[in-house]
Design a protein around this ligand. Structure first.
Ligand SMILES: Cc1cc2nc3c(=O)[nH]c(=O)nc-3n(C[C@H](O)[C@H](O)[C@H](O)COP(=O)(O)OP(=O)(O)OC[C@H]3O[C@@H](n4cnc5c(N)ncnc54)[C@H](O)[C@@H]3O)c2cc1C
Length: 461
């Protein structure tokens, strides 16, 4: 019989066109505003994060992983030629997805753009100090092991092939080979497993967020504490365009800021920010909402000691039913979780952890897959919000088809933190160059929602 002991229930751990005038290889590229542009002064960054400037070139809503990576890339490339303001409503990031993620990096996706973005994430992490200075990601290169039952085996094989074609290194293992390499595993119900041989593992998401934020600020990005609560618009020949945002500051005062371009990177709240912009509330292209909402996900940390416990080199292992676990440090702790069935989504009113979900859904799978997990103690736990894209569970990145000065970077539904380097860079390309210049992410744009063409990712957990 299984033995389940709840040990400790801990609180969670916490757009005017721009013309490129010169190019350079590594150094900051120089940009200037077009002649028709309403040129803003340079170096207008203010020190206090509670003061709101009157105007900016780019306003980023949300200073989490995507917002801060976008700020970093924009300022790194455009330097003082571009005034970037980031509005963040909670500088402690208590409920933000980024610090509450489990920091996994993998190339084991089905959608080529996701594989490419995560390969770039790995490249970025390898030279993270060149980008983000004294940033210690504590990357554990243990790999991912994705297990498939008979029904999932064909998909796993074809996805492994796509990943290899795009440059990821993996090996597909039979149950016998799995048992040989990972003696702790029970292969019952497993037809195949795909094991990532390099560039996969996990890292500290908080360190990455702070690295992006601090470096963006060093480059002159201006972070302001406040919440965007309203937008202002202006009539243009091409239709009504976005012009300003009203920000509720920490002292309760409301002030407005004019912007030329705006990026929605508000994580799980992005759908709500989209509503403020009238997305889903108008006609034609404005009748389509930004389909992103919070979905609560639990993470449980348990302890398992002894010689039969999976060792330090254990990969992040994902059962055919989506239950995952990995080591958490070197002291015998593991963390685990799984997305619930869509009919059983927990309330998103708070970040309380449901322990019955562990007991009834997760633990039986763990105990079946790893004998040593039959008797485990929960040491701590937390819950976080996926910025869940209800349309197709994949990221939404690009310029809005109606508002020519609105950009979107959200909806990655549980695999976003590893893609923040690629997505921030992509947003900087769209704003500074007017097109994707590295990875072509066109298929992940808002247009797919308008055209009702879902781009689903099979490997969502
Ligand atoms: C439990 C869990 C596990 C995960 N595991 C992984 C993983 O292993 N690998 C992976 O790649 N990804 C993982 N993710 C997903 C990853 O965390 C997210 O995709 C990513 O962090 C999203 O970043 P973001 O910047 O969009 O959101 P956030 O980090 O939430 O940042 C958005 C910010 O916008 C702010 N904001 C919202 N509305 C407003 C407003 N109106 N005005 C001003 N500010 C506003 C919020 O305060 C917040 O700080 C996981 C997520 C969870 C919850």
């Amino acid at each position: 019989m299984f033995k389940f002991v709840t040990f400790v229930r801990s609180v969670p751990r916490s757009q005017f066109e721009l013309l490129k005038t010169t190019t350079s290889t590594n150094a900051t590229q120089k940009y200037s505003f077009s002649k028709t542009a309403n040129c803003l002064s340079v170096n207008t960054a203010i020190k206090s994060s509670s003061e709101l400037p009157k105007k900016c070139d780019v306003l980023i809503i949300g200073g989490g992983g995507f917002g801060s990576s976008s700020a970093y890339w924009l300022k790194k490339k455009a330097g003082n030629d571009l005034n970037v303001v980031v509005i963040e409503k909670d500088c402690t990031y208590t409920k933000a997805s980024t610090p509450l993620s489990v920091g996994g990096l993998r190339q084991q996706f089905s959608f080529p753009e996701n594989i490419q973005m995560s390969l770039y994430g790995a490249e970025f992490f390898e030279i993270v100090k060149d980008h983000l200075g004294d940033c210690e990601l504590n990357f554990k290169p243990n790999g991912y092991l994705i297990l498939a039952s008979d029904s999932g085996a064909t998909n796993l094989l074809s996805n492994a092939k796509t990943q290899k074609e795009l440059g990821a290194q993996n090996v597909v293992l039979t149950p016998e080979k799995l048992k040989e390499i990972f003696p702790w595993i029970n292969t019952e119900g497993v037809a195949l497993g795909c094991y990532g041989l390099e560039k996969e593992g996990w890292f500290d998401p908080w360190a990455l967020l702070m690295g992006f934020k601090n470096t963006a600020r060093e480059h002159g990005a201006n972070y302001v504490d406040g919440e965007v609560v309203e937008f202002g618009f202006e009539a243009k020949p091409e239709g009504q365009q976005m012009k300003k945002a009203v920000v509720k500051l920490t002292n309760g005062e409301k002030q407005s800021i004019d912007f030329e371009k705006c990026v929605i990177a508000a994580g799980a709240c992005s759908g709500d920010v989209g509503k403020l912009a009238g997305l889903g509330n108008g006609e034609g292209l404005l009748s389509f909402a930004l389909p992103v909402e919070p979905r609560k996900r639990f993470v449980y940390v348990f302890d398992c000691q002894g010689e039969n416990a999976p060792g330090l080199k254990t990969p992040l292992t994902i059962d055919p039913n989506g239950t995952y676990f990995r080591r958490d440090g070197e002291g015998g702790n593991y963390l685990c979780g799984r997305s619930p069935e869509c009919t059983c989504e927990p309330s998103v009113d708070d970040l309380e952890v449901d322990f019955s979900f562990f007991e009834e859904e997760i633990w039986p799978t763990l105990a079946h897959r790893v004998k040593a997990f039959e008797s485990i103690k929960i040491r701590s736990s937390w819950a976080g919000f996926y910025e869940y894209n209800t349309f197709d569970e994949n990221g939404i990145i690009g310029r809005h088809p109606y508002y020519q000065n609105l950009y979107i970077a959200t909806g990655f539904s549980g695999h976003g933190i590893q893609q923040t380097p690629a997505v921030g860079r992509a947003i900087s390309e769209l704003i500074l160059d007017g097109r994707f210049t590295t990875i072509d992410l066109t298929r992940l744009g808002f247009d797919r929602i308008v055209n009702n063409k879902p781009m689903p990712e099979v490997h969502i957990f």
